[in-house]
Design a protein around this ligand. Sequence first.
Ligand SMILES: Cc1ncc(COP(=O)(O)O)c(C=O)c1O
Length: 430
Amino acid sequence: MKTKELYDQYMITGMVAGFEPIEVDSASAATMTGLDGKTYIDCYAGISVTNAGHNHPKIIAAAKAQMEKLVHCCTYVYYSPRAGELAKVLADITPGKLQKTFFGNGGAEAIEGALRLARQFTGKTEFIANMQSFHGRSNMTLSITGNRARKKNGGPFASGIAFTPAPYSYRCPFGSKTDEECAARTAEYLRDTIRYATSGDVAAYIAEPLMGEGGIISPHESYYKLVKKILEEEGILFIADEVQSGFGRTGKMFAIEHFGVEPEIMTMAKGIADGFPLSAFTVRADIADAFKPGDHLSTFGGNPISCAAAIANIDVLQNEGLVKNSEVRGNQIMTRLKKFMEKSSIVGEVRGRGLMIGIELVKDKKSKTPAVDAAKNVRKACRENGVLIGVGGSFANVLRIQPPLCITETQAAEVCDKLEKAITEAEKAV
Ligand SMILES: Cc1ncc(COP(=O)(O)O)c(C=O)c1O
């Protein structure tokens, strides 16, 4: 039976709607190869996961070596050496006072734990999240998700959650003319959200430093300083959800570093282990100590193979220049596409940092009506021409370019050629 038939008959399918996926056989560095033998430049990296490149030999070797010794012991019942070592590495690479880590398996699990700890530490119960945000598919993470398409049919949701406008300057809810003004207006509005949309019992504010699923919303550099000041005045913790933006994706190890602020809690997953399942949240030591032994546990969390892979992955990101390459290749792609935007009638905005790039397609630049079909068509045409991209955003009209960070200059140029060709073609049908 073909894989598609097996999926259709035997899998509970959450497949991306309206998209014909390839059947993947193997992958290497920034390419994926289908069972039909065709090789593609991968600009989606399994949704921003294989940052060090697919099947990086050093990461595979570290995982294999660990597998020969120990697959599982339960990191929260016995001491697991790789988990301890990785926790120390995370304390070293995360900003400021972030020190102690809890390991889970996926992003949602890390965020669930972080929210629980924030409540336990503060003794408060409410949360504030951004409109358009995405934080996962468990009930609590869907509850703090602002992205309507992702929440659909997921309720009833948890109570005690308020949403505040995101710094989405292309469609700024305050009609701001510049990124900086939109950042200032949305940050200031957080005061009203706290005052008028909560009971004042707020444990934490959670935000993706660069919003991923919401359409690669990349705020002005002033934004999080303004937000953090308000949070500090109000005694509210800041949880930076780096699940998608972490591990070099934006040209720095963590996206929050672009903004010069320190969160009290950081959640991580996706790029942490180059494809091995693992997630983490890292917090200040005094906050961590609010969990008493036995308060929180995960059977598979901090799996030794995943932790060994993560240690090797972080070493590769740091020592093979991949964080820098993310910045350089990101600039290459964005400079080229911003030039193309001037000639194109449907490219409304090109935005992002490093290799977390969004291209928002609109029917015309004045009305900014989302060009949803055009985005679908561009994705399809790119795939037919050997380039895999993603689509996201609140209206499903944002092309997402998030390749492995090892993408070469030649590959990046080829991606731009093919994108421009596909967008030019899609423009005719709008
Ligand atoms: C910012 C962010 N947080 C959380 C999640 C949820 O992660 P997972 O699918 O591993 O549960 C995602 C997934 O896309 C994400 O982008």
